[in-house]
Design a protein around this ligand. Structure first.
Ligand SMILES: NC(=O)c1ccc[n+]([C@@H]2O[C@H](COP(=O)([O-])OP(=O)(O)OC[C@H]3O[C@@H](n4cnc5c(N)ncnc54)[C@H](O)[C@@H]3O)[C@@H](O)[C@H]2O)c1
Ligand SMILES: [Zn+2]
Length: 365
């Protein structure tokens, strides 16, 4: 079994990464000191994940003696709204849940963001556990305590910091994930390597086939290494107050601009792949990063079958408008994460909207 204890603001999260962990989640919760008095569990999932994995989770929870209420909402980003949150609040109230109960999110990042937000706010906060089932979530979304819902005005605009008591990652769940979602998740892993570890980038280059083939051992190592990198960065800046946590935005400024303009035709991770390459090219243009490193990163992204050019040109005017509206712009300057080398990121306030547009244009096919 792989895993570690993650402490943030005197709150401990027990991170478990183990094949088959889903079937033992009841015991895992039972054995957690901070959850000793839990009797009732609200197990919340999306309909796709529920059809695959809720029976196993319910069986394990009931065998451990918990009383389980299963709550399911439609899969997809479109569900990450106040409307779905309200339905869940209402169901929790109808079922007479109070703060002694436990909320368990079963699914990917959409489920943990939405359900985490509901757990953070229902009756001013219920304890919660994440059972992660997508690679995006296994290596990124499940850890860090950020919960969120979207508004028509933008993604993740409403949320709260709320740490789960347990993060349970079962790499076996990746077997049913679409290959495209696996590849999209790998973009976040490349991001972590670029931020934190030249050696981890080499590891990716050496394990392309196993990564694309979702080799169980390699995936376990991948997940543990990613979560440790993220845990390290989050612990230094738990509430993203201008410190190191911003580094996790590498590739995401441009990535989000592309994501918001393509009407979700591309996966988040695919936009991150493009954003990473744009950020690397910009780092080179600004004299920070050697061209050989940019080319090496482009090759790795290509080998991981991630996009390195925009499939069709998005309207540059719309991208420019989206760039101008970026919430990270103040006084015409943007906080942008650049690279000096692999494992050596820097937050720059010197990037102008023109630089940013140029980086975007470099991605046009
Ligand atoms: N809180 C954070 O720090 C953080 C970090 C990164 C991303 N996110 C959020 O995460 C979301 C994206 O996460 P995601 O890609 O996991 O999305 P997701 O939860 O929507 O999952 C993608 C799709 O895969 C399906 N699925 C999930 N597990 C499966 C499995 N094992 N087998 C088959 N199908 C499965 C889902 O039903 C869904 O249709 C975004 O909303 C993003 O904002 C949050
Ligand atoms: Zn991301």
């Amino acid at each position: 079994m792989k895993g570690f204890e993650f402490n943030i603001n005197n709150q401990a999260t027990h991170v478990v990464i183990e094949r088959g962990a889903l079937a033992d989640v009841g015991q895992l919760i039972q054995g957690e000191a901070g959850l000793a008095n839990v009797v009732r569990v609200a197990l919340v999932s999306d309909d796709r994940v529920a059809s695959l994995y809720s029976a196993s989770a319910v069986r394990s929870l009931e065998q451990a003696g918990f009383e389980v209420e299963l709550m399911v909402f439609p899969a997809g980003e479109a569900s990450k709204t106040l409307t779905t949150a309200e339905t869940l609040f209402q169901t929790l109230a109808d079922k007479h849940f109070d703060r002694s109960g436990l909320v368990v999110a079963l699914g990917g990042g959409v489920v943990s963001d939405l359900v985490g937000f509901v757990a953070a706010t229902f009756k001013r906060g219920m304890r919660f556990v994440i059972i992660s089932t997508t690679l995006e979530s296994d290596i990124d979304a499940c850890l860090g305590g950020k919960t969120a819902i979207n508004l028509p005005a933008g993604k993740n605009l409403v949320g709260a910091f709320h740490q789960p008591a347990i993060i349970c990652v079962d790499p076996n769940c990746l077997a049913t994930l679409d290959a495209r979602d696996v590849r999209a998740g790998l973009a976040e892993s490349v991001k972590h390597a670029l931020i934190a570890s030249a050696e981890f980038l080499i590891w990716h280059e050496q394990h392309i086939d196993e990564l694309l083939g979702v080799d169980a051992d390699v995936m376990e190592t991948l997940i543990e290494r990613n979560l440790k990198i993220k845990a390290d960065i989050v612990a230094r800046d738990p509430f993203e107050r201008g410190g190191d946590r911003m580094l996790l935005n590498l590739g995401h400024t441009l990535g989000h601009a592309i994501e918001s303009q393509c009407d979700y035709a591309l996966r988040h991770g695919e936009c991150v792949s493009l954003g990473l390459l744009g950020a690397c090219r910009l780092s080179h243009t600004l004299g920070l990063l050697d061209i050989e490193v940019v080319e090496r990163i482009e090759t790795l992204l290509r080998h991981l079958q991630l996009p390195t050019t925009l499939p069709e040109a998005l309207d540059p005017d719309k991208i420019a408008a989206s760039i101008r509206n970026d919430k990270k712009i103040s006084d015409g300057k943007l906080s942008f994460v650049l690279l000096r080398d692999v494992g050596d990121p820097v937050i720059s306030q010197e990037v102008t909207p023109d630089d940013y547009l140029q980086a975007y244009r470099s991605l046009l096919g």
